[in-house]
Design a binder for this molecule. Sequence first.
Ligand code: ADP
Length: 584
Amino acid sequence: VRTRFRTKIFITSVAVGAVSLLVSSLLLSGQVRERQSAAITQRLTDEARLIADLLAAAPSLDESALDPEADRLGHLSASRITLIAADGRVVGDSTQTPEQLRTLENHGSRPEVVAARDTGFGESRRYSTTIGTDMLYVAVRASHPIVRYVRLSLPLTEIDAQMTAIRNLTIVALAVTIPIALVLSWVLSAPLARRVQAIARVANRYSAGDLSRPGYDYGVDELGTVARVLDASVQELGRRLEELSRDRARMEAILTGMVEGVLVVDRDGRLQLVNRGAQQMLHIDTSALGRRYVEAIRHPDISEQLGATLRGDEADARELKLTRDPGRTFVARAAPVAAAGGGGAVLVLHDITDLRRADQIRRDFVANVSHELRTPLTAIRGYVEALLDDPADMENARRFLDTIWRQTTRMERLVTDLLRLARLDARQETLDLTACDIRQLFDTVVDDLAQTIESKGQRVTIVVPENASHVSADPMKLHDVVRNLVENAVNYSPEGAELQLEAGRERETYRIIVSDSGPGIPPDDLTRVFERFYRVDKSRARPGGTGLGLAIVKHLVELHGGQVAADNRPEGGARFTITLNADG
Ligand code: ADP
């Protein structure tokens, strides 16, 4: 780039110099030749007229005196003088001897002589056979008895010599000026070439992707202005590109992090973007990109939504199930993409399975609560009606009132449990951790239930090893947990059953195990017993149970960061294991 640009400037300036010199010297030499020959012609004419005048004043000169006279005048004028008679005969010549004159051919037909006869003046340039060189001839008429024409001639060599001088001067001028021009243009083009080179370097760096500021002063002329303006546009473009890529990275992070599935198709329905959520939901991967959504996704509802949106129709959000996992429910919502250079559509898939499930659970719960409340209410109402019908029947009244009392207590317990679950759901119960004495806790629970245990003839064993004497927990809540489990064990085990309350510690893990020798829990129900209102056998449900006990247990244990699990002892009977972190 450097040599090319600089050489161009160089060659241009040298060529301009040489051509202008040549043209001016050509013009000059033409001018000079013209002026010179005009001046010579004038001089010869003047001299010829002078000689004609002299001859006219001396009519007495005879033929023998004419040639010597021509010689004499010739010496004075430095031109060749020829005196010609009316018949063309040469009667005197400054360059010829009298003998030569006699053999000289007749000059009557010489062009200048012919012109002088007709107009009084003649001029001609031609090769002289007499002298043997190019000559300029001028002839005028004379009024002398013998001499009719006076002709003066001069070799053109003199003019040519002048021309040669000019040419030589031109060559010398060229020889001197061209080297000077070379040096000057080389020196003067250097700063310009350096700037162009620097600008080219910056341009090359930009095109290689390095957009850092060059820190180069472009200068204030047009070249500098162009370079500065282009530089500023490149910087601006670079800034926008950076912004774009930042936006893009941000958008990608958002799309990847979204649980919703997002699809983008172009105007022709080709997949442009499928985020991770959509890939998982639709069981496709990035190889689907660029393919048509109809083939890549193969779901009639999705196709219809995207199709409608691409056609410009409004597409309502719709609920759909995907053939691959029919257990899940999705909501698909499509919207047009308004973008320069052709729109497209974006489809968002929202997994609402959990929402639907939660909804179902809530509905079931409400139905269950209503049912649980209605049973005792119906009983109470029946007995109250019976009492109203026959207030005098004192014998049954006592029994009826007893039942009413039991049903009311049951309802009260149910409402208490429901309120507690509601509080736990809302995370309104906080933990008050202390080191609980587990043996003391077991003893309290067994004392509370001593009456029932005794009446059923059941035996309770308590096992607390030395290293498990204390656990970090909320004592009131842990008491409720153990009491619920022991109450169940007492109630669901037959008379004479064996109950065991056991604590144990293994490094950081603390276990409380409540087991019995009762009927146990069918394997299919082991996880379900912790659900609200779930009972293994509805018919066997003890009247006092609310069906919420184990749900509350689970909640309380989880509030402690622990777990509770149900299984059956190998030798028969249910076993509930609570796992806690020993140090809270
Ligand atoms: P409930 O108020 O009915 O006892 P729970 O939530 O405490 O409610 O218990 C749920 C169900 O789990 C009970 O209805 C019962 O069928 C079963 N269950 C709980 N503990 C035992 C146990 N020790 N032995 C056998 N079945 C049990």
